[in-house]
Design a protein around this ligand. Structure first.
Ligand SMILES: O=C(O)c1cc(=O)[nH]c(=O)n1[C@@H]1O[C@H](COP(=O)(O)O)[C@@H](O)[C@H]1O
Length: 224
């Protein structure tokens, strides 16, 4: 079952992104392109990566006033990404306008609480120290604003799914057992994330920095 695994190709280097995509294409369900790739390669780069033949998740995490976010998404419409991200903290009107601006076939998902944050980080930005509370609150907001789902860590996905049984749940911050955690803080294994209710998993460095990305993707796939 390869469909739920999206590989995050976080590199500014088009040749490297293409080479990894070609190596792992039979073991992943899609490709996530984020700010690092987009800043270097833009729309043209996204089109080129679409030639690999896998769904494209365009992760630009929009967070601005509703008009600016809507116009930015309208400008991306020709790319017809399978999934795109906005920050839930942009608020209801921004989420509604983002969904209205996106192509009908694009899932708009709202980032709740970045997986690189822990309870101390939440307090430092003036929020309640409980990630579950924060994620469930933002999941309810995203649901009522009419977007398709949320991004959260595998630690909160079960609670969020309870609040939104038919939502689409993207889980990054996923690490194979004994994997290098790096800058992530709320981390679970791919299997645990799926068992908790993830719709798709996002995995970057455990695949892209592996000596053999193809084997790393196969190893993760085998646990799903
Ligand atoms: O929206 C995301 O995809 C995202 C949200 C989040 O809370 N945490 C998170 O890590 N991500 C993205 O998921 C990917 C994780 O990469 P690795 O840590 O290398 O597996 C990166 O591309 C992040 O931008």
């Amino acid at each position: 079952m390869s469909a739920p695994l999206y590989v995050a190709l976080d590199t500014p280097d088009m040749d490297r992104a293409k080479a990894i995509a070609q190596r792992v294409r039979n073991h992943v369900g899609g490709i996530k392109l984020g700010l690092e790739f987009f800043m270097a390669n833009g729309r043209h780069g996204v089109r080129e990566m679409a030639e690999v033949g896998l769904p494209i998740f365009l992760d630009l995490k929009f967070h601005d006033i509703p008009n600016t976010v809507a116009k930015a998404i309208q400008a991306l419409r020709p790319l017809e990404p399978a999934i795109l991200t906005v920050h839930a903290a942009g608020g209801r009107a921004m989420l509604e306008d983002a969904k209205a601006a996106a192509p009908s076939g694009t899932k708009v998902v709202a980032v709740t609480m970045l997986t690189s944050l822990d309870d101390r980080d939440l307090v430092s930005i003036g929020l309640s120290p409980d990630p579950h509370e924060q994620v469930v609150r933002l999941a309810e907001l995203a649901k009522s604003a009419g977007v398709d789902g949320i991004v959260c860590s595998g630690e909160e996905v079960a609670a969020a799914k309870k609040a939104w049984p038919h939502g689409f749940f993207v889980v990054p911050g996923v690490r194979p057992a004994n994997g290098v955690i790096g800058d992530q803080k709320r981390v679970v294994t791919p299997r645990a994330a799926l068992d908790a209710g993830a719709s798709i998993l996002v995995v970057g460095r455990p695949i892209t920095q592996a000596e053999d990305p193809d084997q790393a993707a196969r190893d993760i796939e085998a646990t799903l």
